[in-house]
Design a protein around this ligand. Sequence first.
Ligand SMILES: [Zn+2]
Length: 75
Amino acid sequence: MTNVNTAGTGLDLPDADEILAALRAGYRSIDEGYGFYPGFDGWLTSLGYQRRDDIPCTCPDRGYRGHLPECRFVR
Ligand SMILES: [Zn+2]
């Protein structure tokens, strides 16, 4: 997926369908009492993505209105 923030880096960001599925996993995780992020992060991790703290923000607006849950998840 092409993203202004990762163009040319060879990093792959989750696409819209993968993010939607991860959001659903996060809401399921809330229903099961674990909170949103264990489900959301776990779903993306299972697809091979990792949250990287050593790269710039990957939000389309660069975090201007706050960071998205999938910010910095790349593979
Ligand atoms: Zn961000």
